[in-house]
Write a protein that binds this ligand. Structure first.
Ligand SMILES: Cc1cc2nc3c(=O)[nH]c(=O)nc-3n(C[C@H](O)[C@H](O)[C@H](O)COP(=O)(O)OP(=O)(O)OC[C@H]3O[C@@H](n4cnc5c(N)ncnc54)[C@H](O)[C@@H]3O)c2cc1C
Length: 287
């Protein structure tokens, strides 16, 4: 059991880990890659960095720094988070248990640009199987995706829905498709329906009738993970107070995933604040 699980190993997550580990709070950082910072060629506007430094160099130094204070860092992709007295974080490689969680997963990806998808959000289009599966009891739903995140969403849906179709939008499935799930690899041209979702249309002219569409393209971003555990989101941002606390006790968020000035300095400051809040929560609930 960890005191703090930090999802995201960018400036926000690693800054948070620096504070939690130095406060003797058992800390795990989970990151799937180097996030936005990995793509920064040259940083000239970060405090104290006199000579330009690359994002990769800054990340490497930050990782060594937090590990030197005892924080664990694992490379894994988080697929889901649930709360049952403590937080259970599900990754591709394993399950992790924590008293608190800090979401620091960076800016949410741009939404898939499929005709009819945005228009049907809340009217049959969902980004959270664990939240919405119940509404599709006995019905046919489509899951958009082709990787582990899609597999995770299918696993939540299959015990509840009538039938599920994996729609990969032109990609080959990268998972063992569960028994009973049919696969459509054709490109998708539209999600259609008058009031609510009724069908998916493919580029080859075919269509299938579905009552719901669950979007699980790529990996789970900040908004998807926040929704799974009941945290409030606005657009593609997680809503927090000034202490970086979400509406879910013990769940905090920091960095690009909460919006504002999308800069390293902001991410680092918010990571530190989220850490202080998580430390206080842990100490209160340990006593
Ligand atoms: C090209 C470019 C140039 C930039 N230049 C500058 C600059 O010069 N100065 C500056 O201050 N800022 C710059 N920025 C912005 C800066 O990089 C970001 O504001 C900062 O990296 C945000 O930090 P973060 O920790 O919130 O997110 P990120 O750095 O994006 O880190 C997110 C972390 O979350 C992880 N993650 C996401 N989803 C999952 C999941 N499902 N499971 C596990 N891990 C997950 C990622 O692997 C990553 O470790 C630039 C950004 C870009 C893209």
């Amino acid at each position: 059991m960890y005191d703090v699980i930090i999802v995201g190993a960018g400036p926000a997550g690693l800054s948070a880990a620096l504070y939690t580990s130095r406060a003797n709070v058992k800390t795990l950082v989970i990151g799937k890659d180097g996030g936005a910072l990995e793509r920064v060629e040259k940083i000239e506007n970060y405090f104290g960095v006199a000579a330009p430094i690359s994002g990769c160099e800054l990340l490497e130094q930050s990782r060594s720094q937090v590990q030197s204070f005892g924080a664990e860092i694992v490379e894994d992709e988080v697929l889901g988070i649930s709360w049952t007295g403590t937080f259970r974080v599900t990754g591709i490689k394993g399950e992790y248990q924590g008293r608190t969680v800090i979401l620091a997963t960076g800016a949410s990806r741009a939404k898939a640009k499929l005709f009819g998808l945005t228009e049907h959000e809340g009217k049959g289009v969902s980004y959270c199987a664990v939240c919405d599966a119940f509404f599709y009891r006995g019905k046919t739903v489509a899951v958009l995706g082709h990787g582990e995140y899609a597999a995770h969403e299918l696993a939540q849906l299959l015990p509840v829905v009538g039938q599920a179709v994996l729609c990969t939008n032109g990609k080959e499935p990268e998972i063992d498709v569960p028994e009973g799930v049919s696969v459509e690899t054709a490109g998708i041209s539209a999600v259609t329906g008058d009031e609510v979702v009724e069908a998916i249309e493919f580029a080859d002219g075919r269509q299938i009738s579905v009552s719901g569409v669950f979007v699980a393209l790529g990996s789970a971003g900040a908004v998807e993970l926040a929704r799974k555990v009941g945290a409030q989101v606005e657009g593609n941002k997680i809503v927090t107070d000034e202490k970086m606390a979400t509406n879910v006790p013990g769940l905090y968020a920091a960095g690009d995933c909460v919006g504002g000035l999308l800069q390293i300095s902001t991410a680092v400051g918010e990571g530190a604040q989220a850490a202080m809040s998580a430390i206080a929560f842990t100490r209160r609930n340990r006593a």
